[in-house]
Structure formats: structure tokens, C-alpha cells
Design a protein around this ligand. Sequence first.
Ligand SMILES: [Zn+2]
Length: 389
Amino acid sequence: MGRLTVRGEMVIDGTGRSPIEKGAVAIDGERIVAVGKEEKIRQEFKAEVIDCSDQVLIPGLIDCHNHLSLDPTLENYLHRMNDSDAALALRASANMGIDLRAGVTTARCLGDRNFLDVECKRAVESGLLKGPGLLVATRGIRAPHGYGFMGYAFDGPDQIRGAVRENLRAGADLIKLYITGTLPGSPEIHSYLSKGEISVAVQEAHAMGVKTAAHCIGGVGLQWCLEAGVDSIEHAYFMSDREIDMLAQSDSWLVLTPSPFLTEARIRTLPSELIDGHLRERDRAANRMAAAIRGGVNFAVGTDAMHGGLAQEVEYLVELGAPTTEALAAATHYGAIVCGLEESIGTLEPGKIADIIGVRGNPLEDVRALGRVETVILKGKIERIAKKS
Ligand SMILES: [Zn+2]
């Protein structure tokens, strides 16, 4: 690892500033030291030049909702979380490689079995395995009668306090709560965790400076999460207009995960008891996600474990009405804010970690460019680069 100058057809630094034509990024070790016109950078910074002049350089992508060992391409995929720990670990290691090659340089993992995500994070940090930088939630926390295939059941405020503390001791970077199911009941959406249980979890996490994320599709549980100060609401497929307003007025973020409802192939591999409901509620989920985007909610984006599929999720955001600038920010700058890492990642600026990708085409003109990743640089190290003929 040393000094590199990466030259691109264009640099989009992710801050909202205008793109730099014939731009370059100068890297020293793990960090970016300069971003600007290639000519000027090359005069002032002597380094090996990496030629990405047929690509647009943008910040590395941030998947704000991932599960390393979950694989939606498998039949009955949610139940496959009951496979052996060895099977799950092998799957996770393959999935991390897929995510990284697709340009994901940071993944926020919202629940995996038996602290497997902590081991994955160590394996990436030690260089044993290839993968994005990870933030891990360890065990998801759910109620005994509640939903949550990636969660473990805890009952009452005392058990939940204990679970949060054990997760933190094991190395959790954030705490994940399961508030609701994934399909709306009728007429209202129920909350499996009580207001008191949600509050105690948030208090324990915040006391240690750790953020909280809640799987919540809407309903009274959403209100309780906002009152308790949950940092991000995950999915929120079925928020009412009133709930969208409450979320927009709050300091909490929404992490949108469109594919579980919008990608037909993914619905087909759900457990049979969930397929009809997802097909039935598909249009409504799309409609409510679009309303949240229109309603001024702050949002980032995640795949919910559709490994290699973050570009598709961003494309869905645009189809749901997000401007391309906002959709790109959701997968970069805003994702960094949700992770609490906005000081170090999410934009290409001097002093930040050199997580950079090169894509074919300008994603601000056509967001599908994010699906054409040719170069991946993680912490100043080239992880993927297109072969020049
Ligand atoms: Zn999830």
C-alpha cells in the first residue's frame, strides 16, 4: 500500500458538488489526500497512476441493511438460517466477496446467527477474507411471539437489557430490534415489543454510544421507536401518511429495502406462508415507499441480503420517485450518516478513507451505471480492477 493517483473520466465526490471532468483522486496509504482535476493532481502529487479514464469515480457504496449468511437466491431462504453454523459461515464468506466486487465497501449487518458476523468482521480486518468494512449488530432482538428470522427471543425489559449488554460485550457495533412482522395485519400493524422494551434497549445502547436500528413496517411500534429515539427505521413498507410525517419530523433515518417486495424472483423463494402476502401487498408497499420519499423522510438504502444487488435497490429508489442525486447519496453519503461514519467515509474528500469505485457511465444521468462496477478500492487498496486489452 502506498501512494496512488486514480484517474477517471469524471469524479463525482458525493458531496453534491458538480462532477469533475477528467478528475483524479490522490491516495496516500488508507486515506484520500486530494481530489481535483487530473492535471493539477499529477503535478502536485507524485505517485503510481491507476488508469480508470473510461470510468466515473464515485465513493464506495454503503449497504445499510445486510445479513451476511442470508441468501435470497435459495429456495425457502429464510428457513435456511437454521442450517449449520459451518454452512452459514461459508455462505457468509462467499457473500462478502460478492458484495465487495459489486462495489460495496461498507456493509451494515443487521443480525446473523451466533455472533458469526463478529468473526466475519475480524476475518476481513485481519486479511483472511475479502469483504467490505463491516458494522455488525450480532443477534437481532425480538419478542418470543414475534417475527424475526435473524433474531433471538427475549422477554421483558430485564431480558432485553441483558441481551443488549451481551451483544455489546461480543462486539456489536449497533443494536437491532424486531418491532413488527413483515406484512401488515388488518386493519392495523401490531407491535411485538412494548414501548418499555424498546426504550430500555435504546437507553442501554445509547449509554454506550451505540446506535439502534428497528425492523418496523409501520403502526404504533413506529411511534414508540421514534419516541424512544431509535436511530433508524428499517423497511417501513406500510407507513400511513401520519407516520411518514412523524418520521420526517424526527431525527431518525429510514433505510429503504425495496427488493423483498419489488423483485419477483425474491418473493418466489420466500417460505410458502409468506409468498401470497408479498404478492398481494406488493403495489401497496411500492406506493408507501414512494410516499415516504415524497414526504421528506431522510433515507438510506440496503439490500436486505440481496448480495451484489445494491445497484438494483438504488434503481428502485429512482423508480419510486427519488432524484438520482438523492438515490446516489442514499447509497454513499447518507449511508455513512446512518452508520455514524460520516467523518470517515461516504464522500471523496481529503482526509477520508480511500473507499472508491469506478463505474461505466455517469450514475447521475443513468443510475444503472452503479451496476457496472469495474474498479473497487477499499481503504486505499485495489480489490478489483478491469483488465485493459
Ligand atoms: Zn433484514
